[in-house]
Design a protein around this ligand. Structure first.
Ligand SMILES: [Fe+2]
Ligand SMILES: [Fe+2]
Length: 275
C-alpha cells in the first residue's frame, strides 16, 4: 500500500551562495506581504532550529555503530549547517528591510535552548524527527508547485527550492537515528502532537508580528490571494493533511513519501549552477 522510495537515498551537501541585495524586493513572494511574512517567519526559525537538530542527532552518535547511518548523519549535518549559513544571510537581509528578524531569531534560540535543557535527549531527538517530517512535507508541497515558486523573486525562490530539495533528500536520517537509538513509539507520537501545536501557534504569531512590522496597509485583495495560494483548489497546503497524519501510523517511515521524480525535476530546474 505504501510504496517505499524506489531509489537509493542520496544526500548531497551543496553550496548555494545566496544572492540577495538591493535589487531584491522586500515583498519577494508575488509582491504579497502576507505570503512573504509567512515564509519570512519560517525562515527566521531555521538557523536556531537546524542547530538544534544537529545537536539532538549528534548526541546519539557515540552509540551508533552502523557505518552507513554514521555517514548519512554526517551528510545530514553538512546540509543543515549550509542551510543555517544561507538563512543567516537571508535573515540579515530581512533586518535590512526593517523587519525584526534578529530579535525574533534570538528569541527562538533562547526558547529552544530552554526546551532542550529541560528535556531528555530522547525527547529532543523525537522533536527533531517530528520537525523533519514537517519540513519534508512542506518541502514536497513547495516543489510540487513550480507555478507558485515562479511567483517568487528568482534568487529567493532558488534558496527555498535548494533547501526543499535537501530536506527531502535527508528526510529519513533523524527518524532512523531515533529508531536505532531510542525507538520509543509513545514518545515519538507524543512529541509529534506537542510539536504540532507549538509549530502552528508559533508560526501564526511570527507571521502576525511580521505583518504588523510591515509599513503596507491592509489589502483585502492580497490577503485573499494569500489564502487562495495556501488553501485554494490548487493550493500549496492541499495535500499536507494525509501526509502529516501518516506519521502517526506504527509502520510509518519518511521514505514512503515518493519524491524521486520531484527531486529530479527540481534539481534540473533550480540547481544547475549549484556546486
Ligand atoms: Fe534544513
Ligand atoms: Fe532538515
Amino acid at each position: 500500500m505504501h510504496a517505499v522510495a524506489s531509489r537509493e537515498e542520496s544526500i548531497t551537501v551543496r553550496r548555494l551562495d545566496l544572492e540577495v541585495g538591493e535589487e531584491t524586493p522586500t515583498y519577494w513572494f508575488d509582491d504579497n506581504q502576507y505570503l512573504t511574512a509567512l515564509l519570512n517567519g519560517l525562515a527566521i526559525t531555521f538557523p536556531p532550529g537546524e542547530r538544534f537538530f544537529i545537536r539532538s542527532v549528534k548526541h546519539f552518535m557515540a552509540g551508533i555503530d552502523d557505518p552507513k547511518l554514521t555517514e548519512r548523519v554526517r551528510a545530514f549535518t553538512g546540509q543543515e549547517a549550509m542551510h543555517t549559513k544561507e538563512h543567516l544571510t537571508f535573515n540579515r537581509f530581512l533586518d535590512g528591510r526593517g523587519f525584526p528578524a534578529k530579535a525574533m531569531e534570538d528569541f527562538v534560540t533562547r526558547r529552544i535552548g530552554k526546551i532542550q535543557s529541560e528535556s531528555t535527549p530522547a525527547a529532543n531527538l523525537a522533536r527533531t524527527a517530528a520537525l523533519e517530517h514537517f519540513t519534508a512535507i512542506l518541502a514536497t508541497a513547495l516543489l510540487e508547485h513550480p507555478e507558485i515558486l515562479d511567483r517568487m523573486d528568482p534568487a529567493v525562490a532558488k534558496l527555498w527550492a535548494w533547501h526543499a530539495i535537501e530536506e527531502i533528500e535527508h528526510r529519513s536520517v533523524a527518524f532512523d537515528v531515533y529508531k536505532e537509538a531510542v525507538d520509543d513509539e509513545e514518545l515519538r507520537l507524543r512529541m509529534m502532537r506537542v510539536t504540532t501545536i507549538i509549530f502552528l501557534l508559533a508560526n501564526i504569531v511570527r507571521t502576525h508580528i511580521l505583518i504588523k512590522a510591515s509599513p503596507r496597509p491592509f489589502d483585502a485583495r492580497r490577503a485573499l490571494g494569500a489564502v487562495k495560494t495556501l488553501f485554494g483548489r490548487r493550493g500549496l497546503l492541499r495535500k499536507i493533511g494525509p501526509r502529516y497524519l501518516a506519521y502517526y501510523r506504527k509502520d510509518f517511515h519518511p521514505s514512503e513519501l515518493e519524491a524521486d521524480e520531484l527531486l529530479d525535476r527540481a534539481k534540473a530546474e533550480y540547481l544547475q549552477e549549484v556546486a
